[in-house]
Design a protein around this ligand. Sequence first.
Ligand SMILES: Cc1ncc(C[n+]2csc(CCOP(=O)(O)OP(=O)(O)O)c2C)c(N)n1
Length: 372
Amino acid sequence: MKGMIEMAKKSIVDFSKIKKNLSDIPKPIQVINEHAEIVNQDIFDTFSDEQLLEFMKKMVWERALHEQTMNFSRQGRMGFYAPTAGEEASEMGTVLAMEKQDYLLPAYRDIPQLIQHGATITQAYLWSRGHVKGNEFAGRSLMPQIIIGAAYVETAGVALGLKKNGENAIAFSYTGDGGTSQGDSYEGMNFAGAYQVPALFIVQDNNYAISTPRSKQTAAPSLAQKAVACGIPSVQVDGMDIVACYSVAKAARDYIIAGNGPVMIETLTDRYGAHSSAGDDPSRYRTKEEQQPWLDRDPLIRLRQILTNKKLWSDEQEEALVKETKDACKEAIKEADQTEPEKVSDMLKRTFEVPTPELQDEIAKFEEKESK
Ligand SMILES: Cc1ncc(C[n+]2csc(CCOP(=O)(O)OP(=O)(O)O)c2C)c(N)n1
């Protein structure tokens, strides 16, 4: 008996070593670093000048969309809206690598991708205002998901449908660092892994989930690691480098469409401003010193420098595109203002396919009120 107790003191396993090994992860993938230096020439050379210009234009478009929309928000003309400044490379790089037939399952911070994938700016504004017309997009997409992580469950289901129908398409979805702590994220990825469905899970690690910093979100050294338990290959990418984000997303799509099952990508990015238009004050939970290195890594700065050196881009071109985008936003909000407001009766009619007797009474009551 004594011998057995003595033996138990000799550990069969070194957990400290296992824990230390968890941090042994590859460096995030990068093509252009924060000093605008090309660190992967082979991949960079696969892009034409036109493609690089397109990346720049999309990021400038997204930044201008953000600025104008936040102005509307300050004027009290929007409903809920999530700022996107800082996340242009991560959002545009990944969505541009997708095809029209792919199915987007966005979260609330993915309005720019939704517009790239077939929604109009007017629809995005109507969605923000809670109007049902803001949920009807021409492209293959659901409306932005507010429940964090929930889009991953939907993605697994949509991807299973695509697989069963033998479609040449994938389902792709976004969540944040906070979203990866939700059970839904794991459940969605686990199902997708088990059924080997064509799904791409993108985590935009933008350092904060409202006021919760990444350091308090999880002890996992990377969020990409969370896919490993689901048998899903995953990778970290510099989320401020659009060429890297596009290249990784494209490689992931090629891999998925070839029938290899799902992939997860973690983009390392930053949310420059407040969490949402509801007006949280980031200075209460984040210091300027901590954020400055991220602002220095701005995705527009590095590509602007490369394109300016190649004489492909100028301040005048950028100013013209910013103006064009902001004008389009102004047109869109006018259109949203002119859209007939929803009736309560219409909303009630959409609640059940066959309304209950109580609901029928309610509908009749509101229809009478609305007819006056
Ligand atoms: C299930 C659930 N819990 C809580 C919330 C409230 N909530 C809204 S956004 C948010 C933070 C999400 O952070 P993250 O996933 O990192 O995405 P980010 O907003 O930074 O893009 C929380 C907790 C929610 N929407 N859904």
